[in-house]
Write a protein that binds this ligand. Structure first.
Ligand SMILES: [Zn+2]
Length: 676
């Protein structure tokens, strides 16, 4: 997908009382996504009154209508998203949450924590402070303690910045308190929606009295982060500014507007003066009462720096070259966190395509709250659909897999210890067993004319007949193997009297089937229209997909496609990993972590009948395979001999309770699938 085809909507927090830092970050995200060639917009309700400079041209024009655009992703940078907001956006596209702390945190399609979340929060997909947009301007050292000898005897510069609105009105008490400390130069930055700015007689009632006490009043600025290094101490509340300041190597003193902020501040190890106006009015006490206690300030800085996780250098913001750093004066050890991904927030989000649209691949359900999240990994999220029960994968980026020669030779060998062709005799043996099952179902139900070679008692090997036999004017049943690889199943099925055909994306596999086995095969992806168009129009009696169905991102479309090319009362046969086998049931986390990045759906024998019925198939048989007694919890490791008594007991249990890690499904096409 080209960058220009991607469409991102960034929804910042612009409600009363929410952090202005999120808005600044969202603006930057929109700008950087656009510079990568994507279409990106900032969303703001007209009533929210975004009045920061720099939003011109970045907002989604009202006439475009956010509901009519197929968003690649909708990014919520909202601090705490309400359930109403969540549902509204969730219906419109894949939802990415940044530093989300609201009640729907667990329901997002993909979660990114730039700031470390408080303890007890469900884990995000990615947690990496290196994804913060951090200031380039940093002080060379954490501390600037003026010494009489170094000639630097000016006052220490303190910046007070308490959010875009400062809903708890902590700014003025904080400034008044610090103005009483000798040796400080206090600057107060008023956020863009601070009510003081719209006070009647603003000059007389706000500016003059504060200025008279030596307090400088600063007006809102977009690039505050880059100016932090001009100060010696920042007073703020828990949020992006606190982390930016720590990154710029400034001591940070927090005062909390809400109990939630206070909890976050303490859990992240920031030094906090406490909660509310009372704490703000007593800020001076934390700096040594009415006279500045430099040693105390130094200790605060040290404490803050040691506790706050500050990434040292990120691709997002290479630090300015540092002046010679003397380890002796570097009093505060700064936690250095190497960026795990090497991504910036915008390059990461810009790489997202959400090919499966983060929908249930069976019922296209986008009710993200009803579908529960089973597991979040760095590159994907596993959910169980609340409507149909299917377990499916949400991937922001397409899986990095190509079904070329390499897959069959290298990847296959890695997984099974031998190349696909080396495994051919084994695969033929497995094919014989599967054809035996098919034969049984066909004969029992009288599904279609049984080819001569198939007319043997179930269980005994058929007489090979290298070419399809059309005995007595009987038509030869057709079989299509989707994902046929090098044709082990096709070769066996031909011997059983089927008119065979194969499809596979790998060119060398297809050419092997055509040239070496002399069985018609075509290169392609199923159920893409290009592939289906080339198939014989009379349809097939058997369509098989051995370990293929989980690779198809649109499962509903695949089952519909299979139904379309099957004759009435034709047989669908497939094999797939089982999520309710011994591994999926008892070690689900490990199972999901090791599930290949292109397995879009995870099947369970117990739910298969209902799923297939929706697509007009009647389940004929399930064969649970992949029994692994040694994987049983507790007892498995106790197995002494590979075929001993304990092995036998566990094997029996595995069969009885269908605990194999893979299974095969055989189903008969009963109805045409309703289109839609
Ligand atoms: Zn579903």
């Amino acid at each position: 997908m080209r960058g220009g085809e991607k469409k991102f909507l960034i929804v910042p927090a612009v409600e009363p009382g929410r952090g202005g830092g999120h808005l600044v970050r969202s603006l930057r995200l929109v700008q950087e996504l656009r510079s990568q060639g994507a279409e990106a917009y900032l969303f703001s309700r007209p009533s929210a009154g975004v009045n920061l400079p720099g939003t011109e041209g970045l907002l989604l024009p009202p006439e475009m209508g956010e509901q009519s655009i197929p968003w690649t992703a909708i990014v919520l940078d909202r601090f705490q998203t309400s359930p109403e907001e969540f549902h509204r956006w969730s219906a419109l596209g894949p939802l990415v949450g940044i530093d989300e702390g609201g009640p729907e945190r667990g329901a997002f399609d993909f979660l990114i924590d730039c700031l470390p979340p408080p303890p007890g929060f469900s884990p995000a997909n990615l947690a990496d402070p290196a994804l913060l947009f951090l200031p380039k301007n940093r002080r060379p050292h954490f501390m600037r303690i003026p010494q009489p000898s170094d000639g630097e005897t000016g006052p220490l510069r303190v910046l007070i910045t308490l959010g875009s609105e400062d809903a708890q009105a902590l700014s003025v008490p904080s400034a008044l308190s610090l103005a009483r400390v000798k040796g400080l130069e206090v600057s107060l930055l008023l956020g863009p929606r601070n009510p003081l700015l719209t006070t009647e007689d603003y000059e007389d009632r706000v500016v003059k009295p504060l200025t008279a006490l030596g307090i400088r009043i600063l007006l809102p600025q977009n690039d505050l982060a880059e100016h932090l290094a001009e100060y010696d101490l920042v007073v703020t509340h828990f949020g992006l500014t606190a982390f930016e300041a720590a990154h710029a190597r400034l001591p940070v003193l927090l005062v909390s507007p809400t109990a939630y902020h206070q909890r976050l501040a303490l859990s992240r190890g920031f030094y906090s003066a406490g909660l509310g106006r009372r704490a703000a009015a007593r800020l001076n006490a934390h700096l040594g009462g009415f006279s500045l206690d430099l040693q105390r300030l130094a200790r605060i800085a040290e404490k803050t720096a040691a506790a706050a996780p500050v990434p040292a250098a990120t691709a997002a913001s290479a630090p300015v070259p540092e002046t010679a750093s003397d380890p002796e004066t570097e009093t505060a050890p700064v936690t250095e966190i190497a960026p795990e991904t090497g991504d910036t927030l915008s390059s990461l989000i810009g790489s997202f395509d959400f090919v499966s649209r983060a929908r249930c691949p069976l019922c296209a359900d986008r009710n993200a709250t009803a579908s529960s999240v089973l597991r979040r990994l760095n590159d994907r999220t596993y959910r169980r659909c609340g409507a149909c029960g299917m377990v499916y994968m949400v991937r922001p980026k397409s899986p990095p897999i190509q079904y070329e020669e390499r897959y069959f030779f290298e990847d296959y060998k890695k997984q099974y210890g031998k190349t696909y062709l080396e495994d051919f005799p084994n695969l033929r043996r497995m094919a014989r067993r599967r054809l035996g099952v098919i034969q049984g179902i066909v004969q029992k139900n009288g599904l279609f004319p049984v080819p001569p070679a198939l007319q043997v008692p179930p269980g005994s090997a058929p007489k090979p007949s290298p070419t399809p036999v059309s005995g007595g004017g009987q038509r030869v049943p057709g079989l299509l193997d989707i994902g046929c690889a090098y044709g082990a199943f096709l070769a066996e099925a031909r011997d059983w009297g089927f008119d065979c055909r194969g499809i596979d994306p790998a060119e060398d596999a297809v050419s092997y089937v055509v040239k070496e086995l002399r069985i018609p095969a075509q290169r392609g992806f199923f159920p893409s229209p290009d592939t289906v168009r080339d198939l014989p129009s009379q349809g097939f009696d058997v369509v098989s997909l051995w370990y293929v169905i989980e690779h198809l991102s649109d499962l509903g479309e695949a089952l519909q496609g299979a139904s379309k090319i099957l004759r009435p009362r034709g047989l669908l046969a497939l094999a797939t990993p089982s999520f309710s086998g011994i591994s999926g049931r008892f070690r689900p986390a490990a199972f999901l972590r090791s599930s290949p990045p292109d397995h879009w759906t995870l099947w369970e024998p117990g739910r298969t009948k209902k799923i297939l019925r929706r697509y007009g198939f009647a389940l004929a048989k399930i064969v649970v395979t992949g029994h692994h007694p040694e994987r049983f919890p507790l007892l498995g490791p106790l197995i002494k001999e590979p075929r001993g008594p304990l092995y036998g007991i566990l094997y029996g249990l595995s069969r009885l309770f269908r605990l194999g890690d893979t299974f095969e499904v055989y189903a008969v096409k009963m109805n045409e699938v309703p289109h839609g």
